[in-house]
Design a protein around this ligand. Structure first.
Ligand SMILES: Nc1ncnc2c1ncn2[C@@H]1O[C@H](COP(=O)(O)OP(=O)(O)OP(=O)(O)O)[C@@H](O)[C@H]1O
Ligand SMILES: [Mg+2]
Length: 211
């Protein structure tokens, strides 16, 4: 039995967590228990790193340090949780993965792309998702959804930054057509999930049924 690795990407408030919940519920109805991980986080060490990264007091964090902290959290998650689950043939769903580093620290904060690719490769040792859903949405729509009464450091960065991140995701998608699927996030949650379900059906469930 082969494991399946699916990641969800998109700017803050695009609907990743909502869709991941819908997907894990959908799988559960078919008797499949998925392993859902959030980035940064999902291991003891990675959650501690998450606290540092999302803490407003660290607003002066320099972009390279920020990227390395994300990579440290990811490296731990890959080795401690993702790889073992995939080896057991489980479904792994990640709320953000390497493309977040490329989109946010690369396209958003302007770190050199080769450096970002190297950092990502070291953290994951080249482990790629089978499917990456990129939920695309205008930052104004996402920001209105978040009702940021208590903005964390990422969310307080501003719309212009998220425009760059959004464009970055679209470049990443073009560069990785073998795994990336763009989904229009500016529709209701059920409509968004229908598109996701179709892709899962075509790419994975058919193959499972036929094998
Ligand atoms: N398709 C949708 N239409 C309208 N509202 C939505 C939709 N999807 C999610 N929401 C709402 O928008 C808010 C953000 O959604 P969600 O938490 O799923 O986004 P996210 O991409 O996980 O955000 P973050 O990056 O901040 O974790 C939530 O209040 C959620 O209920
Ligand atoms: Mg979320």
């Amino acid at each position: 039995m082969r494991g399946h690795f699916i990641s969800f990407e998109g700017i803050d408030g695009s609907g990743k967590s909502t869709q991941i919940q819908l997907l894990s519920d959908h799988l559960e109805r078919q008797g499949i228990v998925s392993h859902v991980f959030r980035e940064p986080g999902s291991t003891v060490l990675s959650e501690k790193v998450r606290e540092i990264l999302l803490d407003l007091q660290h607003i002066e964090l320099n972009p390279i340090s920020e990227s390395l902290l994300f990579a440290a959290a990811r490296g731990q998650l890959v080795n401690e949780k993702i790889k073992p689950a995939l080896h057991k043939g489980k479904w792994v769903i990640c709320d953000r993965y390497t493309d977040s580093t490329t989109a946010y620290q690369g396209f958003g904060r302007g770190i050199d792309r080769d450096q970002i690719d190297t950092i990502n490769h070291i953290a994951t040792m080249g482990l790629e998702p089978e499917i990456t859903f990129i939920i695309d949405i205008p930052p104004e729509v996402a920001s209105a959804r978040l009702e940021t009464t208590d903005p964390d450091r990422m969310e307080s960065t501003g719309l212009e930054f998220f425009q760059k991140v959004r464009k970055g995701y679209l470049v990443i998608s073009k560069e990785n057509p073998h795994r990336c699927v763009n989904i229009n996030g500016n529709q209701n949650p059920g409509e968004v999930f229908n598109e996701i379900q179709q892709v899962i059906m075509n790419k994975i469930e058919k193959e499972t049924i036929c094998s």
